[in-house]
Design a protein around this ligand. Structure first.
Ligand code: ADQ
Length: 470
């Protein structure tokens, strides 16, 4: 077997003192380390004329190669088409989606540039694994340059049905670009349903008996396997971090400041898909409808700033500032602040310690591919006195975490009811729910996810054999 080559927009090249807020980085390093692989992507830098050659570095048993993006393309590729067109579209938020042909062209150009820079670094037996919505056309661009290796794609965010995808003027192009892959993976069965629906309605292609679609790419017929692979975390590793962090200075300061009150914790990137205003309204509804919790509970929301160059993210920040201020204005006492709102990233172990001492983990996205915070919260709990996870029905994680209290985040009173239930839940029930989720998390780790995706990809016929089936 050749090397595994991972391609993603941002590459987590090791740098000192930078807390990472993305789920992807954490999940992939272990796999690359084990396979002596290469991680290729954007350096995070732009320059006037990008160099066609990648910068290379070896660290911790992993090769890294990164390229800069042209100044002129950066806005269109990143803030534009990736984060202001595809991101809202794939999260079912058509009202927030914008479209601009110039940005679509920049997205394509950057994907071509990625393919051109990766091509000379590839060996004939490498297996290429491309990640996420920023890089959908990359396999088509690699094939145009003659790449004959197996290429897989994994989408970390939801895959909507065609009724939603078709709002994109380039919807058909997106589907045709996916046909250049040997394997397209999504997070959940629900997303797989969306993907199949798009191929059927958008291109008239139905899956065969073994879950693949056949379609024409550049004049030849190819077969693309479609499947669901739920991402996980390093469950044991995270549990260990949380156990230690609970005795660390940050968690101890938090615990001391709480007195005998219960803690509800939320943590994510400050993103409109995460349902933060709805969550704050749900917490306010708890205080309004269940006054016995007044002065007995504190909600800590840690929200790492993200994509500040996109207007909808700046608007969200303003809305949250106002909401947190208003809830505190309405309910605070001289000695009690109901909402503690911290708008920045915190270190991973600090977060793990906070999860462990929180009686409730409140994870209520409006749409989410998987949601690793839900999994981390569960992994971080004390087995003798575990907290309760409240989870949105719209998170991919809800498909496998049956021990959570499931909620529709659009219903503030339902969220209040689940919060009240979680805060009053007896130890036996908490343990039972936690144990059932923890069993699932110990099986479905990040490493297992990567191995199962790569195993499926490597069992497929080589692309050239694939063509003969036409
Ligand atoms: P994200 O949208 O980034 O990932 P998520 O899966 O929850 O969402 O991962 C976030 C990660 O960042 C977690 O590891 C969490 O601990 C960390 N984090 C969150 N808030 C933080 C903070 N304030 N400070 C520091 N760290 C913080 C995308 C998709 C998800 C999918 C993942 C992986 O949107 O649906 O689960 O990719 O596939």
């Amino acid at each position: 077997m050749g090397r595994v080559v991972v391609v993603s927009n941002r590459v987590a090249v090791p740098r000192r003192g930078e807390p990472t807020a993305g789920g992807l980085a954490v999940a992939l390093k272990d796999v690359l380390k084990a396979s002596g692989g290469l991680w290729f992507g954007w350096s995070g830098e732009t320059r006037k004329e990008p160099s066609p050659e990648a910068k290379q570095l070896r660290s911790g048993g992993i090769d890294y190669a990164t390229i800069d993006i042209a100044d002129a393309d950066h806005q269109g590729f990143y803030a534009g088409y990736s984060n202001n067109t595809l991101w809202p579209l794939f999260h079912f938020r058509l009202g927030l989606m914008e479209y601009d042909r110039g940005e679509a062209a920049a997205y394509r150009r950057v994907n071509r540039q990625f393919a051109q820079a990766l091509m000379p670094l590839l060996g004939p037996k490498d297996t290429i694994w491309i990640h996420d919505y920023q890089l959908i056309p990359m396999a088509a661009e690699l094939r145009a340059l003659g790449a004959k290796q197996r290429i897989g794609f994994f989408l970390h965010i939801p895959f909507p049905p065609f009724a939603v995808l078709s709002a994109l003027p380039d919807a058909e192009q997106v589907l045709k670009d996916l046909l250049a892959y040997d394997l397209v993976g999504v997070q959940t069965k629900h997303d797989l349903g969306g993907l199949i629906n798009c191929f059927q309605e958008g291109l008239g292609l139905s899956p065969d008996a073994t879950g693949g679609v056949r379609g024409e790419v550049a004049g030849t017929m190819r077969r693309t396997q479609l499947s669901a692979h739920a991402i996980g975390i390093d469950t044991r590793g995270f549990a260990t971090i949380a156990r230690k962090a609970a005795y660390g200075p940050d968690t101890q300061r938090l615990v001391a400041s709480m007195g005998d009150r219960s803690l509800i914790v939320g943590a994510e990137r400050l993103d409109y898909t995460k349902g933060l205003p709805h969550r704050m309204r749900g917490f306010a509804a708890l205080l309004a409808h269940f006054p016995e919790h007044l002065n007995r509970v504190t909600y800590l929301q840690v929200a790492a700033r993200s994509r500040n160059e996109v207007a909808s993210y700046r608007n969200l920040r303003r809305e949250l500032d106002q909401l947190a201020g208003r809830i505190n204005g309405d309910y605070a006492e001289f000695d009690w602040t109901p909402v503690r709102y911290v708008a920045r990233a915190v270190a991973r172990d600090t977060l793990a310690g906070f999860y462990r001492v929180a009686r409730v983990g409140l994870v209520t996205p409006l749409r989410d591919g998987m949601n690793l915070v839900a999994k981390e919260y569960v992994a971080a709990q004390d087995p003798e006195d575990p907290g309760v996870l409240i989870l949105s029905q719209f998170a991919g994680a809800a498909e496998s975490m049956e021990g959570a209290l499931i909620v529709n985040p659009l219903d503030a009173v339902a969220m209040a009811e689940q919060l009240d239930r979680a805060l009053r839940m007896p130890l036996d029930e908490r343990k039972e729910r936690w144990e059932s989720m923890m069993r699932g998390l110990e099986e479905q780790t990040a490493t297992r996810w990567a191995e199962s995706f790569l195993a499926e990809l490597e069992e497929l016929p080589l692309p050239e054999q694939n063509l003969l089936w036409a």
